[in-house]
Design a protein around this ligand. Structure first.
Ligand code: ZN
Length: 316
């Protein structure tokens, strides 16, 4: 049976490090000037996207996963596996690390682990990212954390728009001030905070750290997981494969003109991060302005994307 694409309404999350880029650059209606996260394609209970139109309008993505698994090609698992966010780091995020599946399952009420990856949509010139650390053993990591040797412990990497980073669970990392990122991750919300720059809130309180768990789950020594990118030039589209790993495969589709696709996966999730296009499917045409997020279900069969736009596309 032919199935139609599913367009999603995102959920916004306020964060102390957030800003207004999600309104300024994506035209979203955001709840405040401290909006940090757009949960664009999410079935996580902490913020679910809803279906914006069509026969399933108003249902959450999680509900659809539970009740209409045929849309997702009968994919397995009790939870929708992926979560796509756009993050506006107007200020530095805390230095953090996420657990893997086994650790999260045992210690965080059956949560999934969190392997994530980032496509840098925009950043200020000369912006850094924290990616990994310099400790060569757990003992050294503990000692450097205890002695607060943050400058020598944390590895800083220069970033620029268009860069891509794969961040497997166990990687110590942080986005820094002035970064706008599209994140594809496992559907999980478990973060262990390692260091928060000794910041305090308006009541003079520091945010909680989770040092013991963070040290337990951190990969030591750090492993650089920067995969080689594969680029394919096709009619109307350049496809860049950023990562093809256990939990997800992530591509960028640079559309210029008219590109024809056939659905080869149980489902794909897509985000328009720049420009504008049209999705043609059967008799229907759907506008794809920047900031549109949608699911291409199993039964899409053939479809065409036309325009001048960039999409980040993922599947399991
Ligand atoms: Zn993270």
């Amino acid at each position: 049976m032919t199935q139609s694409p599913l367009f999603l309404t995102p959920v916004f999350q306020e964060r102390i490090w957030g800003g207004t880029s999600l309104r300024d650059k994506f035209n979203y209606e955001i709840p405040s000037d401290l909006t940090g996260e757009c949960w664009a394609i999410s079935a996580h209970p902490n913020g679910q996207s809803t279906i914006a139109s069509g026969e399933h309008a108003g249902k959450t993505l999680g509900q659809l996963w539970d009740e209409n698994r045929e849309i997702f090609g009968g994919a397995e698992g009790t939870k929708f596996p992926l979560l796509t966010k756009i993050l506006d780091a107007n200020n530095d995020l805390s230095v953090q690390v996420h657990p893997n599946d086994d650790y999260a399952h045992a210690n965080e009420n059956g949560e999934l682990g969190k392997t994530e990856c980032w496509y840098i949509i925009d950043c200020k010139e000369g912006t850094d990212m924290i990616y990994g650390h310099t400790a060569s053993s757990k003992e050294e990591l503990v000692r450097m954390v205890e002695n607060e040797e943050w400058d020598s412990l944390l590895r800083r990497v220069k970033i620029k728009p268009g860069d891509f980073f794969y961040v497997p669970s166990g990687t110590i990392h942080a986005l820094c001030e002035g970064t706008l990122v599209l994140e594809t991750q496992q559907s999980s919300d478990t973060t262990y905070r390692v260091y928060d720059y000794d910041r305090t809130d308006d009541r003079g309180e520091k945010r909680e750290l989770h040092l013991e768990k963070a040290i337990e789950v951190s990969t030591v020594p750090h492993v650089d997981s920067l995969a080689e990118q594969k680029i394919e030039e096709l009619d109307g589209v350049t496809i860049t494969t950023f990562v093809k790993e256990q939990y997800f495969t992530v591509y960028k589709w640079d559309i210029l003109g008219k590109a024809s696709f056939t659905q080869k996966h149980p489902f794909q999730i897509c985000s328009v991060i720049d420009g504008e296009g049209i999705l043609h499917h059967g008799e229907e045409s759907y506008p794809l302005p920047k900031g549109t997020h949608f699911v291409l279900p199993a039964g899409m069969e053939a479809f065409v994307v036309e325009g001048d736009c960039k999409l980040i596309v993922s599947h399991v």
